[in-house]
Structure formats: C-alpha cells, structure tokens
Design a binder for this molecule. Structure first.
Ligand SMILES: Cc1cc2nc3c(=O)[nH]c(=O)nc-3n(C[C@H](O)[C@H](O)[C@H](O)COP(=O)(O)O)c2cc1C
Length: 399
C-alpha cells in the first residue's frame, strides 16, 4: 500500500467538491487546533494524557497505551472487555478485518501482538507486573473472529519498587511509520546489534540487510511486490476504503491512512487534496493513479539505508503471529529509541496466491532455511518526524 493517487480525470468537478470541503467554516470551527493537539498528545504520551484527563485506573492507562501501537492500515482492530480493576481481555475486532490483503488474518494477529507489547511497556513504566495469557479459551474460527479473547491480562496488586525499564515507554513519543524519503549514511552491523539487544527476540529472528550493493539487490523485490498489490483492484481497494483525506475525515474517524502519513508536505499536500485525489473506484485503480503510486513508493524505497526482516521458524499459526507482532512492536520501539526512521512494507509477505512467489524470492535472497516464514519487514534510515496518526477514543474499543 502506498497512498498517493493523483488522477487528472474529472479534474474540475473534483476540485470544486474538494475545495468546498476543505474550506467549509463550520468544519474548520469544529476542528479546533486544540482538539487535534489533544489527539496527537494522546498518541505520543498516553500515560501523561491519562493523568491530565483524570484517568486514574491503571488498566485504562495501559489500554490507552496499547492502542497507540502500530497496526495494519491504522484499522485499530482491537476490542476490550474489562473484567475487574485488575483484569481485562483483548479481542480482535472482526468488523475491521482487511481480508483481500490479509485472507488468513496474519496481520490482524500481528496487530494483536503489537497491542500486547505496548500494554506491557505501559505496565512496566507504571511499575506493575502484567501477566498475559494468550488465547485462554482457544482460537477463533476464521468465520467468527472476535468471539474468543486473544489475550487475558492480569495486573499485579502491588507496584514494584525496582523499575527495570529499557526506555521503551519514552520511545513511544517518536515511534511512527515514516514513509518519506530517508537521508544520511547507510546503516551498518553495529546498529543491527544495538537493535537486537533492545528487542531481545525470543520467538523470531531479526535478519538485517546492510550495505549499498545488497540494498540495491533487494529494492526491486519490494517494488515488484508493491506494484503487484496495487495493480490488483480488489487488493488496492482496501487502501481506498481506509483512506482519509479531509481534515474532518481524519480527525472525526480517527483511524485509517492519510496523505500526510505518506510523507506529503505543503504545498503539494494541499494541491493533491484539492485537485488530484480521485476516490472513485475507477479513478483509484486507473492506470494513471497506479503509476503515480508506484513512482512515489519507488522514490522513498530508493532512499532506504538498511532493511530488517522478522523471521519465524516452525509453526506458522495464530499464536506465532501474535508472538511475531509482539516482537515487531519492540522492533519499532527499538528503532524509535535509537533515532532510526522505520517503514514496514509487507506486500511481499501477505497470504495471497501471488505473494507465495515473492515470499520465496526474498527467502532465497536472504538465504533462509526451508521452514522459515518472513512475518514482517521494513526499511530503515534517517528522517525528520512525520505525521502523527490518530487513534480513536477509548470508549470506541470497549465491549
Ligand atoms: C501487521 C502490520 C502490517 C503493516 N503493513 C504496512 C505496510 O505494508 N505498509 C505501510 O506503509 N505500513 C504498514 N503498517 C503500518 C501501519 O499502517 C501503521 O502502523 C498505522 O498506519 C499507524 O500509524 P503509526 O504506526 O504511525 O502509528 C503495518 C503495520 C502492522 C502492524
């Protein structure tokens, strides 16, 4: 997925519609800068946000931190059932699946894992032990996602006095998907070691690709996978469905993906929104739009300064996807802590028929054993901060 879609078709009619929704005074009024700042504050420092807003229950604070985790398409597919002051359950939200690009729910379960890891980071920061039971009642059938809990959390009664934190909570401030262009030097093995010692993977391994020549070999593989996905209208429509364009849409729905999150800056951003976004199914999948999306993805990809692959071995089931998601969450925090920009790109590793080939191509290039499964991958580099993607209000997640 990459979400620049500028088509020149129906230019005039779209520009009229777009400029009216961009400028309507009642909308501008309802989107006061302060409310946007609050949404950003909650994303960057959920525990302080809780404190400032009179939220005292540690479980609520932990959940507020869980929801700022990276998640597929910013679909935020989490549901929470609070059982007591000390216990809550996490469910996958079956209404927020992305089946055309995630037919077996691999990414849905990765996304449960990222929530779990961020919840743990919060409890650690607050000084509590948090016990996690995965799938305490078994695993949902594919047709009834969201029926059984993915995890049950139990908070310790007492706070610990010996806080043993690796600084991941502070890293949340700077963690984001940075899809823009990267600059500076190529990254090297030392950084790989630093990341490894922070992530401490137990269920997966991290495979790094450093060095300009190797990076240049890998780039076309990512590009081809991206192109394949966006050239398939059924898969490409997932991004269309989750794309939020106007400020009103972004900050009322508070989910989904945006041009801003794709690294677009003013004045190009305004021009794109006002004149070139075509959200019709035909426009979104037009040759013009697909070409444009490919080019902008290529422009960012070309500036990659290193790649990292999160690889599991053996069992490849819902539980292993949750565990991979947890380690992916830690990987994103490790990068943020070290000041490294990170952008995950997973078109090659989804479970569609076509991606089996691309997955195998990567496996071969990385010299991975037969039973290895690449769960997730990303590019790394240096870049200034990008857009702060919003999260919905806490009450939206409650069962
Ligand atoms: C399992 C998973 C798969 C993802 N796949 C992609 C991807 O292929 N391309 C991409 O740009 N972002 C991908 N993302 C990143 C999400 O889009 C991003 O986390 C979300 O929009 C929220 O933004 P934030 O991470 O900046 O908070 C993925 C995230 C997860 C957890």
């Amino acid at each position: 997925m990459d979400w620049y879609k500028f088509s020149r078709r129906s230019f005039l009619s779209r520009s009229l519609v777009a400029s009216s929704f961009l400028l309507a005074p009642d909308i501008l009024k309802s989107l006061k800068a302060s409310s946007i700042a609050e949404v950003e504050f909650a994303k960057r420092d959920p525990l302080l946000f809780a404190e400032r807003n009179g939220i005292v229950n540690p479980i609520h604070k932990i959940i507020l931190t869980g929801i700022v985790a990276p998640n597929s398409h910013n679909s935020q597919p989490w549901k929470i059932k609070i059982l007591s002051d000390k216990q809550f359950e996490l469910y996958a939200d079956g209404n927020r699946q992305l089946l055309p690009i995630d037919p077996v729910n691999r990414q849905l379960y990765h996304t449960q894992g990222t929530f779990i890891e961020f919840a743990l980071v919060a409890s650690e920061h607050l000084g509590y032990d948090l016990k996690i039971q995965l799938f305490p009642q078994g695993i949902d059938k594919a047709q009834s996602i969201g029926t059984l809990p993915v995890a049950k959390f139990t908070l310790s009664d007492k706070k610990r006095s010996n806080l043993n934190s690796c600084g991941f909570y502070e890293a949340i401030q700077n963690r984001q998907m940075n899809r823009g262009e990267y600059s500076g030097d190529y990254l090297g093995e030392d950084l790989g070691q630093e990341i490894l010692s922070l992530v401490e993977p137990k269920f997966s391994s991290l495979v790094f690709v450093f060095g300009q020549n190797r990076i240049q070999e890998i780039i076309p593989m990512f590009q081809r996978s991206f192109e394949r996905e966006i050239s398939n209208p059924i898969q490409n429509n997932v991004s269309r469905e989750w794309f939020r364009i106007s400020k009103e849409d972004i900050y009322t729905k508070r989910d989904g993906i945006t041009l801003e999150g794709n690294g677009l800056k003013q004045p190009i951003l305004w021009i794109a929104k006002t004149f070139f976004m075509d959200m019709s199914e035909e426009g979104w999948n037009s040759e013009d739009s697909v070409k444009q999306a490919n080019e902008s993805f290529a422009k960012s990809l070309e500036t990659s300064k290193g790649f990292v692959f999160l690889v599991s071995r053996g069992l490849d089931d819902a539980k292993s996807w949750v565990q991979a998601g947890r380690e992916f969450g830690r990987l994103t925090l490790a990068c943020a802590k070290l000041g490294i920009a990170f952008h995950t790109m997973n078109q090659a590793f989804v479970d569609t028929k076509e991606s089996k080939e691309t997955h195998d191509e990567f496996k071969k290039s990385l010299n991975l054993p037969k039973d290895a499964r690449i769960q997730l991958a990303g590019r790394m580099g240096y870049a200034s901060a990008s857009f702060v993607s919003p999260r919905r209000e806490l009450k939206e997640f409650m069962l």
